[in-house]
Design a binder for this molecule. Structure first.
Ligand code: CO
Length: 668
């Protein structure tokens, strides 16, 4: 029996004034970032964090993760919220507990490497707004991508936590690439960079308990910084991995409050508190205080998010992760992408092609953004490749990866794939070997010029520099130059009750039949549409606010024929993370432009968002020249002209959502 397991007191209760442990495990709570990112598509709103904030601050967490990862993107894109404002607001409630964030190295909170000037200003503004711990990772574990941000983190007096992305090519730790030596070498690199702590970031939940023990023991014996374990629950192994890591002497672990725990999120804190009670690693946390927080979340907050939970499966764990060694989120993204392209039957081919594409692209770890890069390229290969030709549609991000723009891959990229990807690549056909950001021109001044006085302060400027298309859109809304669409506004518990009531009625057949359209009041421009999931059934509910009182326009089982009203501003397809039984692209407000009588149409091969047109109406183009760049699943795809001629029509503009087969342009 390990010394850590020994209970020291008989008759121990869980009063918080129990004797302190010799070496209490430190705990970081992730509910307000990774928790809702994992379970509720990052849709957590600041107003729903406030009711628990002060109580959370009393628990004694080592830190609370409240920012970074996908929050920055999602907030301005889908919630109509200023990400910076969240930090400042929460800081007023958390007076003791440090704030931590997930920083994607030189990718910051986006999906590509940004120039050094943007990275420096981002870190500085983040500290200014209240952030204290920077959990920093690089998708390739190439720490040259930390070289710009780390000195700024240090100068600002913040805590630099360096991550090692935990990934495998085999079922357990080991093999040629990702073995114990690899992780130890990475830990030493981080120590040499001045890491205050080192996080083993097991984003896919791949870590087996005995591997956790071996890895933590080795790191504790060989490096000085605190060792922190971040292991997602996805596969079901993480609570066991936590326990073995605690026995091996890990310093800090990550958990969530129960309503934000399990599935693709993290293990809950409460069972851990009880399991360690009276041991020399006792958390010292007050279980009753935790229960009170859970109660508030259950009653006041989570009813607003429940519909976002992917409840298409009964099982809490994802066996596919154990089978494929890939993050669960990545797999569900692939399924969604295939569904939106009506190609769900190709999923087995995707599973088969995935390890092959990963190996050809340098056996890279699979974490944002590399999981998307490998995943979407795999889908493209399965959908568009022919027997004669592989990699027919290579995304811009794969080209960047092949050029070296993300960093050094774990093993060299397949030379043939690399050569094909870099043919005609605008930065050059010879890949770089230097630190990636060295080839990036400064971006800040150009961004400042472009956004002009729409950016009132540096926070606005950084938002725009990181997300030019959606960031500008948000700033227009923030400063009242464009109306905030209703779809971005929060819902209340009252809305949730109304929806539940409607669904009950709909199920009892008490709603106005849609076959009698004269009974349906006309939908106003303020009508909002909710997707509601009940016991495996799916309803689309339209709520129209008339004179302050919500009036239900209709509630319809979703699979039925065209709903009387199309959802307003359906979320952009690329960032959808929640499985929905209905393709959002199909219900998007724009219908496909009719095929032209003459000319060759340039059609969208997938649903997505227009990034930019490379040509204007009247421009002459050659076959194969890029006409338009479309973003799908956050990857950019340059669409080539199917014929030579002159552009006679351009049907969309930057920022528009398009469905598969929409005609984007016409060549005469
Ligand atoms: Co995570």
């Amino acid at each position: 029996m390990s010394e850590h397991n020994q209970v020291k007191m008989v008759g121990m209760n869980y009063d918080k004034d129990r004797p302190a442990a010799e070496n209490p495990i430190k705990v970081q709570d992730l509910s307000l970032r990774d928790g809702h990112q994992s379970l509720f598509a990052t849709r957590g709103r600041t107003e729903d964090m406030i009711p628990i904030a002060e109580r959370m601050d009393e628990i004694g967490f080592w830190a609370v993760e409240v920012w970074g990862g996908a929050t920055f993107d999602t907030m301005h894109r889908f919630l109509g919220e200023d990400p910076w404002e969240r930090l400042r607001t929460l800081k007023r409630y958390f007076k003791k507990t440090p704030f931590s964030m997930l920083l994607r190295g030189q990718n910051l909170v986006g999906y590509r490497n940004y120039a050094d000037d943007v990275a420096k200003l981002f870190v500085k503004k983040t500290v200014d707004n209240g952030l204290e711990i920077f959990r920093t990772f690089d998708a390739l574990n190439d720490y040259r991508n930390f070289e710009t941000v780390v000195p700024v983190i240090k100068e600002c007096g913040a805590h630099f936590q360096g991550c090692i992305c935990y990934t495998l090519t085999e079922a357990r730790l080991g093999g040629e690439v990702y073995n114990l030596d690899y992780f130890l070498k990475k830990a030493k690199e981080l120590e040499d960079m001045g890491a205050d702590s080192i996080c083993i970031k097991d984003m896919a939940g791949l870590m087996a308990p005995y591997d956790a023990y071996e890895l933590v023991k080795t790191l504790k014996a060989n490096v000085k910084p605190l060792i922190h374990l971040h292991s997602h629950f996805t596969s079901g192994m993480s609570p066991m991995a936590h326990f073995k890591a605690i026995e091996a002497g890990v310093d800090i672990i990550d958990t969530c409050m129960t309503p934000y725990a399990y599935r693709t999120s993290h293990a809950a804190i409460e069972p851990l508190v009880m399991s360690l009670l009276g041991t020399n690693r006792d958390t010292g946390f007050d279980i009753k205080a935790l229960a009170e927080i859970n109660d508030i979340l259950e009653k006041e907050v989570l009813p607003k998010y429940k519909h976002l939970l992917d409840d298409t499966k009964v099982s809490m764990i994802d066996i596919n992760v154990l089978l494929h060694q890939t993050p669960g989120g990545m797999l569900s993204n692939l399924v969604n992408q295939l569904r939106e392209m009506d190609a769900l039957d190709k999923i087995d081919e995707v599973y088969k092609e995935l390890p092959r594409v990963r190996k050809e692209l340098g056996q890279i770890p699979l974490v944002t953004p590399t999981s998307q890069i490998v995943g979407i390229q795999t889908v493209n290969n399965v959908l568009f490749d022919t027997k004669e030709e592989r990699y027919k549609m290579i995304t811009a991000q794969v080209k960047d990866l092949c050029y070296g723009l993300y960093g050094k891959t774990s093993v060299p990229i397949d030379p043939e794939v690399q050569k094909k990807a870099l043919k005609g690549y605008d930065r050059g056909e010879t890949p770089i070997t230097c630190r990636p950001a060295e080839v990036l021109e400064p971006e800040l001044e150009k961004a400042r010029e472009q956004i002009g006085d729409l950016a009132v302060d540096d926070e606005d400027l950084v938002l725009y520099a990181l997300f030019p298309v959606t960031g500008k859109k948000y700033l227009m809304q923030k400063y009242g130059r464009e109306e905030m669409p209703d779809s971005l506004k929060p819902i209340t518990l009252k809305d949730v009750e109304k929806q539940a009531e409607m669904i009950k009625k709909a199920k009892a057949g008490q709603l106005i039949e849609r076959s009698k359209p004269e009974n349906i009041p006309e939908k106003s421009e303020y009508a909002r549409v909710f997707n509601v999931f009940v016991e495996g059934e799916y309803f689309e509910v339209g709520v129209d606010e008339v004179g302050g009182a919500p009036v239900i326009t209709y509630a319809a089982p979703a699979p039925a024929a065209p709903a009387p009203a199309a959802p307003v501003a359906a979320p952009v397809a690329p960032a959808r993370q929640v499985a929905a039984p209905k393709s959002p692209a199909k219900s998007a407000p724009k219908t496909a432009a009719p095929s032209p009588a003459t000319g060759t149409p340039v059609k969208a091969p997938m649903p997505g968002m227009i990034i930019k047109y490379a040509k204007n109406v009247g421009d002459a183009v050659n076959e194969g020249e890029t006409i338009v760049v479309i973003e799908a699943m956050k990857m950019e795809n340059a669409l080539p002209s199917p014929a030579g001629g002159v552009i006679s029509a351009i049907n969309y503009k930057s920022g528009d959502s398009v469905a598969k087969d929409d005609v984007l342009a016409v060549i005469e």
